[in-house]
Write a protein that binds this ligand. Structure first.
Ligand SMILES: [Zn+2]
Length: 433
C-alpha cells in the first residue's frame, strides 16, 4: 500500500491539527502543572526527566537517555565549567523516524531545570504548587520553561491525534543545565543529535528570537589576612577587597555597554549588558577581619564580542583592582570560570525554517510574527554556532522569570502549541495515517 505524502499541508490538515491541539489542551495544562510540582533544580533533574521519558515513550518515540559526563563535556569548546555533581542530571531524547523520509528533520528542544526560588515568603503561594488565576499559570518554572517543554510534546502528539505522521525525523530533547552552563544541549550535540532545524520553546512572548547575548559565569576569590577587629589595620579585610573588585568590574560593565551601542541587535537597548553580583560568601565572626571572600558573577556580552577576549579582559580588570586599590594592598584576588562560557548568537534572517515558523504562527494566531533580541542566555547558540543549524527560539508569554510569582500566560501556550504543531507538519511534511 502506498502512503500519500504531503509536503505542503492542506487547509483541511491544518484545521485538524489545530482542533487536535485544542482538544488536548486541558490535559496539556494538567501535565504542565504536574511537571511544575517536581522541583527540578540544578543537579536534581531526573525525577522530572522520568516523567518526560514516560510521556515520550507513550507516543511511540525511541528513548535515548544518558547522564551528563563532565569529562566528555570538557572536550567541547562551548561547554561551561562544571562545579556540581551530574549523577542526577540526565538528558532525555525521544526520537521519531518515519519509514521513508521526504521532508526535513527537526529537533524540538527545551530545558527541564529551573532556578532556585529565592525567598519563599515573597511568593503569594508555594512556588511548587502551581495555580491558575486570571489566565495565568503560576509557579517556579512555569514560564522558564516547562510550558514550552510540554508544548513541544503536545504539538507532536496533536499531529498524531489528527491522523498525521511526520515524513521526516523528529527529536524531542529535554535537557538539564540550561540555566547554568548550557551543557545539556552541548551534550546532545556531542551524542550526535542534529537536524535541518532546531526550535527551542523558551518564553519569547510568541516572537522569534533574532539574537541573544553570550554569558560568562565566574567567581573572584579575595584572600586577605585575619585579625582581631580591635587591631583591624594589622589585617586585610577580604570583604572590603571584594568591594574594590566589584567596583572595577562595574567600570568594565559601563565600558562594555558603551561598546554595545554599535551592536547590530542590541545597540538600541538601554544597558543590554548586565554584570550581576549573584552570590557572596565571606566571613565567620563579627569581631574578626575576614580573610576570604568569594563573589560569584554573571556577565553578558553582545554577539559581536568574543568570549575568550572578554574573559581575558575580566581577569585583567581583577588584577587592575589588586594593583590600584588600597583595599587590596595586602590581599590577592583570583578569577575563575564557574559555569556559562558562551558567545552570543544571531539567527540570520531569511532562513527557510524561519519563514515556515512565521507562516505557522500567522495561521495559528492571525498575527504577523514579531522578533526580539534577548539580553539573556539561550541554548540556541549550541546548535547555531557549533552545528551550523538554524536555531529558532519561539515560545509563550512568561513574566517574572527567575523572580517570585513567576507565571506564564495560558492563552499564549495554546497559540504556541498550535504554531509548533503546524510548524512540524509543514517543515517535516506529513503522511496521512
Ligand atoms: Zn529558560
Amino acid at each position: 500500500m502506498r502512503k500519500r505524502v504531503t509536503i505542503v499541508t492542506t487547509e483541511n490538515q491544518q484545521q485538524r491539527i489545530i482542533a487536535a491541539v485544542d482538544a488536548a489542551f486541558d490535559e496539556q495544562l494538567t501535565f504542565t502543572a504536574d511537571l511544575v510540582r517536581i522541583p527540578s533544580l540544578r543537579g536534581d533533574e531526573n525525577a522530572a526527566q522520568d516523567v518526560l521519558e514516560q510521556a515520550y515513550r507513550e507516543i511511540g518515540l525511541t528513548i535515548d537517555r544518558w547522564t551528563l559526563d563532565a569529562e566528555e563535556l570538557a572536550e567541547h569548546p562551548g561547554a561551561g565549567a562544571v562545579s556540581v555533581s551530574y549523577e542526577n542530571s540526565d538528558v532525555v531524547v525521544g526520537s521519531f523516524a518515519p519509514e521513508v523520509q521526504t521532508g526535513k528533520s527537526l529537533i524540538l528542544n527545551g530545558h527541564v531545570d529551573v532556578v532556585p526560588i529565592g525567598s519563599e515568603r515573597l511568593w503569594s503561594r508555594s512556588p511548587w504548587e502551581p495555580h491558575v488565576a486570571e489566565g495565568w499559570l503560576y509557579g517556579r518554572g512555569t514560564g522558564d520553561m516547562k510550558a514550552g517543554l510540554v508544548a513541544n510534546l503536545f504539538a507532536l502528539r496533536a499531529l498524531r491525534a489528527a491522523g498525521l505522521t511526520p515524513a521526516s525525523p523528529v527529536y524531542l530533547q529535554s535537557v538539564p543545565e540550561e540555566e547554568s552552563t548550557g551543557n545539556g544541549t552541548i551534550s546532545a550535540l556531542q551524542h550526535g543529535y542534529t537536524a535541518d532545524a532546531v526550535l527551542i520553546s523558551e518564553p519569547s512572548q510568541t516572537e522569534v528570537v533574532r539574537a541573544h547575548v553570550g554569558v560568562i559565569w565566574f567567581s573572584v576569590t579575595v584572600t586577605g589576612q585575619a585579625a582581631h577587629a580591635f587591631e583591624m589595620s594589622t589585617g586585610s579585610n577580604a570583604i572590603d577587597g571584594a568591594y574594590a573588585v566589584i567596583e572595577e568590574l562595574r567600570r568594565m560593565e559601563e565600558e562594555w555597554n558603551e561598546r554595545a551601542a554599535t551592536s547590530e541587535h542590541f545597540g538600541s537597548h538601554d544597558h543590554p549588558l548586565n554584570l550581576n553580583v549573584g552570590v557572596i560568601t565571606a566571613g565567620d565572626w563579627p569581631s574578626s577581619v575576614p580573610d576570604s571572600c568569594e563573589v560569584q558573577f554573571r556577565v553578558s556580552i553582545t554577539p559581536e564580542m568574543d568570549v575568550d577576549e572578554s574573559w581575558r579582559e575580566i581577569t585583567e580588570r581583577v588584577q587592575v583592582a589588586v594593583q590600584s586599590d588600597t583595599r587590596l594592598n595586602r590581599s590577592s584576588a583570583v578569577a575563575k570560570r564557574l559555569g556559562f562560557y558562551s558567545d552570543g548568537y544571531v539567527l540570520e534572517p531569511g532562513s527557510e525554517a524561519e519563514a515556515t515558523l512565521s507562516a505557522a504562527h500567522t495561521r495559528a494566531t492571525g498575527k504577523p510574527l514579531g522578533e526580539v533580541a534577548m539580553p539573556g542566555y539561550i541554548d540556541s547558540r549550541c546548535y547555531g554556532l557549533f552545528a551550523d543549524v538554524p536555531a529558532l527560539v519561539y515560545g509563550p508569554v512568561g513574566e517574572k522569570l527567575h523572580g517570585a510569582d513567576e507565571r506564564v500566560n495560558i492563552e499564549s501556550i495554546r497559540e504556541v502549541t498550535r504554531t509548533l504543531a503546524l510548524f512540524i507538519a509543514q517543515w517535516c511534511g506529513v503522511t496521512e495515517a
